[in-house]
Write a protein that binds this ligand. Structure first.
Ligand code: MN
Length: 196
């Protein structure tokens, strides 16, 4: 884990972007997740879950669905520091990931990955390596189980994220469309861009 943020740091010039440069290893009883709506060269949603003090990250072009029959592509990206979960703002246009970012959803999550044959709960870190994990989200917009499944070989960053069938699944909701605002500031991506 020690060097997992080197890629994050190497891609950014912290004199130019106000994204977090501090890196801490926090320890709390609950792990957090965050989904940031990011209007970069292409609009996407960055889904991040806290694992061993860093944020494991995927770029999800269409965002997460609440409908269990919808599979969404998720491209795994570099680990981000824990502090990134609070980041909302504008990354300068010429910098890596240039564009505006809001905290679209946020909350805690639980590991609900299936137990192994011996009945032991697999850790999220191990499940990430195996390419299959399930998390139960407790966000403001998104709740319930989501499965993440790696589709390609080990050097392929493509995963699928799928809502699991449970009491929170709902084929009629479409929160990326109907609930566009930040859960921490109430601002929309367009509001940020107007303020610039
Ligand atoms: Mn992004």
């Amino acid at each position: 884990m020690k060097n997992s943020l080197e890629k994050y740091k190497s891609k950014r010039n912290f004199k130019r972007t106000n994204e977090p440069s501090v890196i801490s290893q926090t320890k709390k009883d609950k792990n957090i997740f965050v989904i940031q709506k990011h209007n970069a060269s292409k609009l996407h949603y960055d889904f991040r879950i806290e694992v061993n003090g860093v944020l494991k990250s995927w770029a999800v072009p269409k965002g997460l669905s609440t409908n269990p029959s919808v599979k969404r592509l998720a491209i795994q990206t570099e680990d981000h520091p824990f502090e990134y979960a609070d980041f909302e703002g504008i990354i300068p246009k010429d910098e890596y990931g240039g564009g505006s970012v809001i905290v679209w959803d946020r909350g805690t999550y639980e590991n609900i990955t299936a137990k192994d044959d011996a009945g032991n709960q697999k850790s999220i870190a191990k499940s990430l390596i195996d390419g299959h994990l399930s998390v139960y989200l407790k966000g403001k917009k998104l709740k319930g189980g989501y499965a993440l499944i790696k589709t390609g070989k080990s050097d392929d960053d493509r995963w699928l994220v799928i809502k699991m069938k449970d009491e929170e699944s709902d084929a009629r909701r479409n929160p990326t469309k109907t609930e566009p605002a930040s859960v921490i500031s109430g601002r929309k991506i367009e509001d940020l861009e107007k303020e610039e």
